[in-house]
Structure formats: structure tokens, C-alpha cells
Design a protein around this ligand. Structure first.
Ligand code: DAT
Ligand code: MG
Length: 137
């Protein structure tokens, strides 16, 4: 089924010049980038985006990191793209993410810096629609 997902290239990906490489992998898989924008995230956008993690010990370091530099936000469309992009991204922790994935091939930070894992991808149809509304309204 055709779906939409919200992809964020986090500040580490933008700063390291990996925007093109990450978008290349998305397009090479056959997904369509329907919206694309480089942004400085606001605290309000991040509070909404990461509401499910509020109160967890990693919440504030995660938000601070996401405010540390520009991000690239994209709406990506394709058959089963929500699950499919998370598969391209790989496991949350770049130290164990599989080779061939964005985090496994390109991620250089883990442990207490695991928030620097290059990308975000929505995890369900509901969260995708909610997140797209935060970044593209
Ligand atoms: P994902 O980005 O793979 O969907 P998530 O939604 O569980 O992971 O968490 C959001 C981000 O928060 C994740 O990309 C990195 C950070 N994070 C998750 N678990 C963490 C932990 N145990 N310690 C530090 N940061 C964590
Ligand atoms: Mg998540």
C-alpha cells in the first residue's frame, strides 16, 4: 500500500555532508521525495515531534542535539515506505546497526551519543501523518 513517511536528516548528517548520500539511498530504493526542506528546528516543533519520549532520560540530550544545527526534513512516498525506510535506516544504535543500512554504514557515534544516528523515520501511519503536520504545515 502506498504510504507517506517523515524523514529527518539530523544535524550530524547535515554537518557531515551526508544529505545527498542519504537522499540518494531513498531514491535508489524507488521512493519518491515529495517535500524537502532544510530547517532550523524550533523547540516547539521538537517537543511535538518527540512527545512520546518526554520524561525519558535521553529526552533532553536528544532535543538539545536536534537544536544544535540545521536539519533536512523530507516527506517520502512509496509502497510500504514506513517500514521500508526504517529498514534502510537500520537499528537505532549505529554500533550494532547492520552493514548496508544508513546508520550501519555511516553512523560514527553511539553509547551516550546514540542520538547522533543520522536520521529519523516515522514508525506508523498515525505518527507519519502527525509528524508531517509538524514539519510541513
Ligand atoms: P528510532 O529513532 O530508531 O525510532 P526511538 O524513537 O526509540 O528510536 O528514539 C528516538 C531517538 O532517541 C533515537 O533515534 C536516539 C535516541 N535514543 C533512543 N533510545 C535512547 C537511549 N536509550 N539512550 C539515548 N538516546 C536514545
Ligand atoms: Mg522513533
Amino acid at each position: 500500500m502506498t504510504e507517506r513517511t517523515l524523514v529527518l536528516i539530523k544535524p550530524d548528517g547535515v554537518e557531515r555532508g551526508l544529505t545527498g548520500e542519504i537522499l540518494r539511498r531513498i531514491e535508489a530504493k524507488g521512493y519518491i521525495i515529495t517535500e524537502l526542506a532544510k530547517r532550523q528546528a524550533s523547540p516547539d516543533q521538537l517537543a511535538a515531534h518527540y512527545a512520546e519520549h518526554e520524561g525519558k532520560p535521553f529526552y533532553q540530550p536528544l532535543v538539545d542535539f536536534m537544536l544544535s544545527g540545521p536539519i533536512v526534513a523530507a516527506v517520502v512516498e512509496g509502497d510500504e515506505v514506513i517500514k521500508g525506510f526504517r529498514s534502510l535506516a537500520g537499528a537505532t544504535d549505529p554500533s550494532t546497526a547492520a552493514p548496508g543500512t544508513i546508520r550501519g554504514d555511516l553512523g560514527r557515534d553511539w553509547g551516550e551519543k546514540v542520538q547522533k544516528n543520522l536520521v529519523h523515520g516515522s514508525d506508523s501511519v498515525d505518527s507519519a501523518e502527525r509528524e508531517i503536520g509538524i514539519w510541513f504545515s
